[in-house]
Ligand binder design. Structure first.
Ligand code: NAI
Length: 255
């Protein structure tokens, strides 16, 4: 068996850690010996994920955050720095879905909410990550973008704009902070089987569901474990020459 990428004792903060990709990443990283803080708007779900991990003997703590609020993000990073004694890796994963509608039918609120969480929330956390990590000699920020950050399709304009923005922030920071030994990469999944996608599927007829499920050449949704294992590799020192990269995990959708 191939040994897993080593993340032993890595100090890792994951936003959106109460559900889906974030929760799966927290569990995998902690099971491989990382010390993890998960943060989420959803307090009860976040506490449950942390408790389940602790019951299995893993080092996972929960802190509530709203990534749209600068003060809340500041408090989160203060908590993580105190609990973990520093930060090696931050996974900016908190995100929301979009209203599927043509661009001209979106309201200001539809557009603003996507930008506030998916883009400005990531920026808040990147700014805080840089402030925490640069003085201590370096670190790695992994942003969860999307294939929608690399290419678009009909009726996803606000979401796609937010994720293209995340790619812009990732590349900008990668070139700005390399001298401070900070790396920035993004993972770009296609449709993954999480509560976010299950909510979308529940609103569609069979034809719509099949269009999503069979969007990739592998003709299935991705599994959260297929994203968390990539995040675990990125979080390890094995990814040390990767910087400013869009790590696409899409079953061949963009090929
Ligand atoms: P999810 O809905 O299962 O988890 C997202 C988490 O983010 C939730 O626990 C939610 O409470 C939290 N969150 C939302 N707003 C927040 C805020 N303001 N502050 C703090 N936490 C907040 O979704 P999933 O699918 O695990 O998505 C995770 C990330 O992956 C998102 O950024 C999403 O855009 C991205 N993604 C997901 C794909 C998918 O097919 N599931 C595909 C490509 C990207």
């Amino acid at each position: 068996m191939t040994p897993a990428a080593d993340v032993t004792n890595k100090r890792i903060l994951i936003t959106g850690g109460a559900s889906g990709i974030g929760a799966a990443s927290a569990k995998l990283l902690a099971s491989r010996g990382a010390k993890v803080v998960i943060a989420d708007l959803s307090e009860e779900q976040g506490q449950n994920v942390a408790k389940e991990a602790q019951d299995n003997g893993f080092d996972v703590k929960f802190q509530k955050v709203d990534v749209t609020q600068a003060d809340s993000v500041k408090a989160l990073f203060a908590f993580a720095m105190k609990e973990l004694g520093g930060l090696d890796v931050v996974v900016n994963n908190a995100g929301i879905d979009h209203k599927p509608a043509p661009m001209h039918e979106l309201s200001d609120d539809d557009f603003d909410s996507n930008i506030a969480v998916n883009l400005k929330g990531v920026w808040h956390c990147m700014r805080a990550s840089i402030a925490c990590m640069a003085p201590s000699g370096g670190g790695h920020v992994i942003n969860v973008a999307s294939v929608a950050g690399l290419r678009s399709s009909p009726a996803i304009s606000a979401y796609s704009a937010s994720k293209h923005g995340v790619m812009g922030l990732t590349k900008s920071a990668a070139v700005e902070y390399a001298r401070a030994n900070l790396r920035f990469n993004a993972v770009c999944p296609s449709f993954i089987d999480t509560p976010m996608v299950q909510n979308t599927l529940a609103k569609l007829d069979e034809r719509g569901q099949n269009a999503i499920i069979k969007a990739s050449p592998l003709k299935r949704l991705g599994k959260v474990e297929e994203i968390s294992s990539a995040i675990a590799w990125l979080a390890s020192d094995e990814s040390s020459f990767m910087n400013g990269h869009a790590f696409t995990l899409d079953g061949g959708m963009l090929a």
